[in-house]
Write a protein that binds this ligand. Structure first.
Ligand code: NPG
Length: 366
C-alpha cells in the first residue's frame, strides 16, 4: 500500500463536565488526529496523548513532534500495519504516537480490503457491555447524583476515581446507596505507596471488582507485595506498556486483571498480543478509555469485542464526554455499545463538525 501523505490535525473538544483524577482535571480534550491518504482509501486514528505529561510521559505536542520528525519519515515505502511496527521499533517509547500511526495505516489497509477492524482482531461479539468512569467530585451528594444518573442511563459498572482523602468515604456511600449488586471498582492512577497498604485493605470490605493502579507506574514488585495483602484484585493500567510488561506483571503476581488501552501500549497489534498472553494465563481484561472521540472509541469497541475482554470497559457513550462528537455518536442500548461493522474502524468524522473544532492542520507529503 502506497501512502501519498499524512495529515496531522489538532481539534479542541470541550467535555460536558470537568473530569478530575488524582493527577489533574480535564475540561477540554486537545486531540491529535491522523489521516493517512492512499490512492485507494483514507485511514483515521486518534492519538490518546493528553495536553500535559501527567498520566504518562507522553503529551500531545510531543506526540506531534516525534511523528513529524522521526516516525512518519521512518515509514516503509509500501507499509502495512505489521511493517509499520517493525519500522518504528528502533525509536524508544512514544507508544501513543506509534499507536496512532500504526492504527491509521491499519485503518487505510482494512478499508482497502473491506474488512472491519473487529473481524481483523478476532472479535467474538457484536456489542460490548459499558461501564463508566466517575471523576473525583467536590462532595459525596454530588457523586451520588452523578452515579444515579449514569445508572439510569443503563451503565452496567461504575468506576470511581480515588486518591488519598477521597477513597473509603465515597466507596462506602456508593455501596450503601446503590447496594451490593452494583458492579463497582476504583482507580487510583498511581496515587498511593506501599506504606498505604493498611489503609487500602479497608477497601476489602466493599466487595470491589478491582482496584486499578494503586501504586506508581514502575512499581511492579511493590504491586506484587500489595496483592498479597489485599483481597481486592489488583488491575494494572499505567504499569503495562507492552506485552513484555504484561508477562512480567503476570509472572510476579503484580495483578490479576489488566486494563488494555491500545494507545498506552503502542497499538492494536500489541493489544492483541496482550490479549492472547493474558487469556493463556487466566488474567481478565477490559478496555480502558482516554476520553476518546468517536474515532478512537470505534477502534476500542472492536478490541473490547475480543473473547478475553470479560469485564465491562470504560467504553462509554459519546454523550458522556461530548455534547457534539466528531462522528455519529455512540449510543447506549441496554447498557451496551454496538461494535462497528464497516470496513476499518467503521466510522468517519463528519466534515462540517470536524472543521468547526479544528485548531490546526499540517500536511506531510510522503
Ligand atoms: O471513559 O474514556 C474514559 C475515561 C476513563 O478514567 C478513565 N480514564 O486513568 O483510565 C484512566 C483515565 C484517564 C483519563 C487517563 C484521561 C488519562 C487521561
Amino acid at each position: 500500500m502506497k501512502i501519498t501523505g499524512i495529515e496531522l490535525r489538532r481539534i479542541a473538544m470541550p467535555l460536558v463536565a470537568p473530569f478530575r483524577t488524582s493527577f489533574g482535571t480535564e475540561t477540554e480534550r486537545d486531540v491529535l488526529l491522523l489521516r493517512v491518504v492512499t490512492p485507494d482509501a483514507e485511514g483515521w486514528a486518534e492519538c490518546v496523548a493528553m495536553t500535559d505529561p501527567l498520566y504518562s510521559p507522553e503529551y500531545v505536542d510531543g506526540a506531534a513532534d516525534v511523528l513529524r520528525r522521526f516516525l512518519i519519515p521512518a515509514l516503509p515505502t509500501h507499509p502495512d500495519a505489521h511493517t509499520v511496527g517493525r519500522a518504528l521499533h528502533p525509536f524508544k517509547g512514544h507508544r501513543m504516537a506509534k499507536a496512532a500511526l500504526e492504527t491509521a495505516v491499519l485503518d487505510a489497509q482494512l478499508r482497502t480490503t473491506g474488512q472491519s477492524l473487529a473481524a481483523f482482531l478476532g472479535a467474538a461479539k457484536d456489542r460490548v457491555p459499558s461501564g463508566v468512569s466517575v471523576g473525583i467530585m467536590d462532595s459525596i451528594p454530588h457523586l451520588l447524583d452523578t452515579v444515579e444518573d449514569y445508572l439510569h442511563q443503563g451503565y452496567l459498572r461504575i468506576k470511581l476515581k480515588i486518591e488519598p482523602g477521597w477513597d473509603l468515604a465515597p466507596v462506602r456511600a456508593v455501596r450503601e446507596r446503590f447496594g451490593d449488586d452494583l458492579l463497582l471498582q476504583v482507580d487510583a492512577n498511581a496515587a498511593y505507596t506501599l506504606t498505604d497498604a493498611p489503609h487500602l485493605t479497608k477497601l476489602d470490605a466493599f466487595d470491589l471488582l478491582l482496584i486499578e493502579q494503586p501504586l506508581a507506574n514502575d512499581d511492579l514488585v511493590q504491586h506484587a507485595q500489595l496483592a498479597k495483602l489485599l483481597k481486592t484484585p489488583i488491575c494494572l493500567d499505567e504499569s503495562i506498556e507492552s506485552a513484555e510488561h504484561a508477562a512480567a506483571a503476570i509472572t510476579l503476581g503484580s495483578c490479576s486483571i489488566i486494563n488494555v488501552k491500545p494507545g498506552r501500549i503502542g497499538g492494536y497489534l500489541e493489544a492483541r498480543r496482550i490479549h492472547d498472553l493474558a487469556r493463556a494465563h487466566g488474567v481478565a481484561l477490559w478496555c480502558g478509555g482516554m476520553l476518546e472521540t468517536g474515532i478512537g472509541r470505534a477502534a476500542n469497541l472492536a478490541l473490547a469485542a475480543l473473547p478475553g475482554f470479560t469485564l465491562p470497559g470504560d467504553t462509554s457513550a459519546s454523550r458522556r464526554y461530548y455534547a457534539t462528537d466528531i462522528t455519529t455518536p455512540f449510543e447506549l442500548r441496554q447498557g451496551h455499545l454496538d461494535v462497528p461493522t464497516g470496513p476499518g474502524i467503521g466510522i468517519d468524522p463528519i466534515p462540517d463538525i470536524l472543521e468547526e473544532v479544528t485548531t490546526s492542520t499540517e500536511w506531510i507529503t510522503l
